[in-house]
Design a protein around this ligand. Structure first.
Ligand code: PLP
Length: 366
């Protein structure tokens, strides 16, 4: 680029930003439809959340938010043993935690290691920091975790950051806690981030097994978008060693999470029964819809998340459009490595899966 050329005479973004591909998702015009496309909670939050928001007072709006009460509640929510407050970071959704981790740990030209296919926001964050990305593909028809390749890459390249989505979105692949800790122990200088957004749908968080005073290079991410129905309010958590959490918090604004999200989260976590009931409904619905697909002669893949993959008879674009006509949104995985040609369907309640099944069976006839 010639800086003297008048056409170039305006502020250019950093070179990493100019060359990166932005994360994009088809987020518009989804209201009043059955949304099985983003793995969100399909029923909405506990009624206590709405009550909390409706009881908002003027002075709660005019002052900056306070976070200590929420941190104390979160410290008791995920495990029997309390998680120390200084090992908890609150973020504007898990996405903001992910971005902050890259901002505080991602060095240009260093290696970012993850799997493929996986959640689509990791790569743009790595590109933003000028990192080099290594993706290890899941193995075979059952999408097994590429354990040997992953370990070899850790030993060979000593990546600065490693992300494991567990269970993985979109393959549902699951690694046991011991295996994750073993990966983290391969290189103490690599920071291993375990994205547990869908953990509740199999129910065994790594938080039960790690001690961040010893497992210093592990971060666990959780959020309330998929379980508690708070996707629109944007709240997420990162758990890790005190020093790691301090570093990540440095790159966020002091008041990034707004007061409505704080109050709503306190209400949502106060109604654990509602969240647990929703999770149980989804797990029951998963068994029901899996049985239906098992009786068909088409490829499907079910695992540990609130979603599954199918390889329909009809063209995925056609199926997606036809399902939308019937008021049901599903996600086309077109162009994604290994799962090209598939559709990802989120699992809601059994009633919602029956609606999906009726529409799907009518459209996807051979
Ligand atoms: C694996 C994974 N991580 C993080 C996120 C972002 O979640 P949040 O809504 O908490 O930002 C998503 C959302 O789809 C996800 O699938």
């Amino acid at each position: 680029m010639n800086p003297r050329d008048p056409k170039n005479n305006f502020p250019h973004a950093r070179k990493e930003i100019l060359s990166m591909k932005a994360y994009s998702a088809p987020l518009e015009n989804r209201r009043n439809l059955l949304r099985l496309d983003f793995n969100e909670n399909t029923l909405g939050p506990s009624p206590r959340v709405l009550e909390a928001i409706q009881s908002f007072e003027l002075n709660e709006i005019s002052i900056y938010p306070e976070y200590n009460i929420l941190k104390e509640i979160v410290s008791k929510h995920y495990t029997e043993k309390e998680i120390p407050i200084e090992e908890i970071g609150l973020f504007n959704g898990a996405d903001a935690a992910i971005n902050a981790i890259f901002n505080s740990f991602g060095d240009p030209n260093q290696i970012f290691l993850t799997t493929s296919p996986t959640f689509g926001y990791y790569s743009p964050c790595a590109e933003m920091r000028g990192m080099e990305i290594i993706n290890c593909p899941y193995i075979g028809k059952d999408f097994l975790f590429p354990k040997s390749e992953f370990k070899e890459n850790i030993l060979k390249y000593k990546p600065k950051l490693i992300f494991i989505c567990n269970p993985n979105n979109p393959t549902g692949t699951l690694l046991k806690a011991e295996e994750i800790i073993d990966i983290a122990n391969q290189n103490q200088e690599s920071l291993l981030v375990v994205d547990e957004l869908y953990e509740k749908f199999y129910g065994d968080t790594l938080l039960h097994k790690v001690d961040f005073k010893k497992n210093k290079n592990i971060i666990v991410i959780q959020s309330l978008s998929k379980t508690a129905g708070l996707a629109g309010l944007r709240i997420g958590f990162a758990f890790g060693n005190k020093k790691i959490i301090e570093a990540i918090k440095k790159v966020t604004g002091p008041y990034d999470i707004n007061s409505i999200a704080v109050k709503a989260t306190i209400a949502a976590l106060g109604d654990k029964e509602y969240i647990d009931k929703y999770i149980k409904e989804v797990k029951d619905a998963r068994i029901w819809i899996k049985d239906k697909f098992d009786s068909l002669d088409i490829r499907s893949h079910f695992c540990s998340g609130n979603y599954f993959l199918i390889w329909p008879n009809k063209d995925p674009n056609f199926l997606e459009d036809e399902m939308r006509q019937k008021g049901i949104l599903i996600r086309n995985m077109q162009g994604k490595k290994i799962i090209d040609g598939s559709i990802r369907v989120s699992i809601g309640t059994k009633k919602q899966m029956k609606l999906f099944w009726d529409a799907y069976s009518e459209i996807d006839q051979k």
